[in-house]
Design a protein around this ligand. Structure first.
Ligand code: NA7
Length: 485
């Protein structure tokens, strides 16, 4: 389930579709999102532009011959002037590196490749991981499994999602105010359809703080809990701790077994991607659900029959689900051999961490344009994607116009300057330093969840509104940051 309100988890440019599509709940589930996308494709006759089941293996820029990209796929090669990569932030599964994983004789799944049909009734199921996905999976399957063991390294904070029906009145109000809603989305940090607070958690009384947190808890949504309540949970440790204490109190109120409650108590600050759920903590009141704390006692080995911890304890299982996340952000780019000027590869350019200019372009990779590449904002992706697509469309149209007006001359490229990229990287680092997120030890926001990956700032913490301003400034100034087109 997406945790963006369903009325803004969609493209903004088809108003008729916005007003007539049959969304009934506050959030969309996976199959509904797929149906929506299929309908967009049908409605706008897009399938003729698409080729499925084709994997790009390499893309090489040929500066010497014709300045085109040569793209090799498992179904043959092609040439292109512009290489637009929209590979997704969360597409490359991160399998845990655990001895013997492949030896497991039962059912083994990764959450990113989950089967459509499964039957876990009467089975002993183990889930490794308790981020957004682990929390959702545990909540969804707990009631339908024989037993469920949650192998948990770092418990996280999660709040109710607020999944419920959208009333007729609400729907009407939304339909009547679409323009204002999207204007607000584009003027906000996360683009999720709610206002950010401008009040410090430390500027109000304890009672007022409780009241606000309680209101957010009832309303639902993790990101709203984090940003709509107070403006400094992400920047001030003391403010952040007030939210931690509120959620911890909820955990001890909800979870009846004190030992389970103790294991579920987060030890870190509230500095990961804010989670929400449809009754996660409640699941631990079931007799068939328990936590295996693997923080001090990591998994040593997976055998044919189950999971063995470093202290020798063994858990027999029929099913293991790895909800262990993604080689996020740059993972999918790194899998393709992408080669720019002078034979330099993207992996070489990103030796110390993935860097870009505004999440779009990389020095020495002319005409490679990324949609939500590394160092783009965190938040509601549809409006972020739209912002990039609009910018990329404009810059290509300008580049093409210029190219056609100079026949016979060497054509210009869309190519970012090293200075602009360095400036963007500094800004991303600077914003990250001002936040308290960087203390999260294994967060995918810095590539720390994948062994051997460089530790670097993979997101732009400035938000959607700031990105849009920068994109618009660049357009207005004749594409500041890029070499003359
Ligand atoms: P996340 O947020 O990266 O969470 C991965 C979870 O898996 C997290 O609890 C990790 O524990 C755990 N993990 C990863 N590797 C291991 C090993 N080797 N052993 C034990 N536990 C492990 O991925 P999600 O899929 O939940 O969410 C990613 C995004 O997808 C999310 O933000 C949404 O936007 C959609 P750790 O915390 O590192 O101790």
């Amino acid at each position: 389930m997406s945790d963006t309100n369903s009325f803004v988890y969609r493209y903004s440019w088809d108003k008729e579709d916005l007003q007539t599509s049959p969304w009934e709940k506050t959030y969309l589930r996976g199959p509904e999102i797929l149906t929506y996308l299929e309908q967009v494709v049908q409605r706008h006759d897009l399938e003729k532009h698409m080729t499925f089941n084709t994997e790009v293996q390499s893309a090489k820029f040929d500066a010497d011959k014709d300045g085109l990209w040569r793209i090799e796929t498992d179904h043959g090669a092609l040439k292109a002037r512009y290489f637009i990569a929209a590979l997704g932030l969360l597409t490359q599964p991160n399998w845990p590196r655990i001895n013997g994983l492949k030896n497991f004789k039962g059912e083994l799944y990764h959450s990113a490749r989950f089967p459509n049909d499964y039957d876990f009734r009467n089975k002993k199921v183990g889930v490794i991981g308790n981020g957004s996905t682990g929390v959702q999976i545990i909540t969804a399957i707990a009631k339908d499994v024989g037993s469920l063991l949650c192998f948990q390294r770092n418990p996280q904070y999660t709040v109710p999602a607020g999944y419920r029906d959208v009333s007729k009145d609400e729907r009407q109000r939304i339909n009547e105010n679409y323009d204002d809603i999207w204007n607000q989305v584009r003027a906000s940090t996360t683009g999720m359809g709610f206002e950010d607070s401008d009040v410090s958690a430390l500027s109000v009384s304890e009672e007022e703080r409780e009241r606000k947190f309680e209101a957010a808890w009832r309303l639902g949504n993790g990101v709203r809990f984090f940003r709509w309540t107070f403006n400094d949970l992400g920047t001030d440790e003391k403010a952040n701790r007030t939210a931690c204490e509120f959620i911890k109190k909820k955990i001890s109120q909800i979870v009846t077994d004190p030992e389970k409650a103790r294991k579920l108590m987060p030890r870190e600050l509230y500095i990961r991607r804010p989670l929400c759920d449809a009754g996660y903590y409640e699941q631990f009141n079931r007799d068939n659900v328990d936590i295996v704390d693997i923080h001090g006692t990591p998994i040593d080995e997976i055998t044919g029959k189950g999971i063995r911890l470093a202290d020798g304890s063994f858990y027999e299982l029929d099913v293991i689900i790895c909800a262990t996340g993604y080689d996020a952000v740059d993972g999918a780019y790194r899998k393709i051999e992408i080669q720019g000027r002078n034979g330099i590869t993207l992996n070489e350019h990103w030796k110390h961490g993935a860097t870009t200019f505004m999440g779009i372009a990389v020095t020495n990779f002319p005409n490679l344009l990324m949609v939500t590449g590394p160092q783009s904002p965190l938040g509601n992706l549809p409006p972020i994607i739209e912002s990039y697509v609009e910018f990329i469309t404009r810059i290509i149209l300008t580049a093409e116009k210029n190219r056609r007006s100079r026949p016979g001359q060497a054509s210009g490229f869309i190519e970012v300057t090293p200075e602009a990229e360095a400036e963007w990287v500094n800004e991303c680092d600077d914003l990250m330093t001002k936040s308290i997120f960087s203390a999260a030890k294994s967060s995918f926001m810095f590539g720390r969840n994948v062994e051997g990956k460089p530790d670097s700032t993979l997101f732009y913490f400035g938000g959607l509104a700031a990105l849009l301003e920068k994109l618009n400034d660049s357009v207005k100034s004749g594409y500041k940051g890029f070499k003359p087109l």
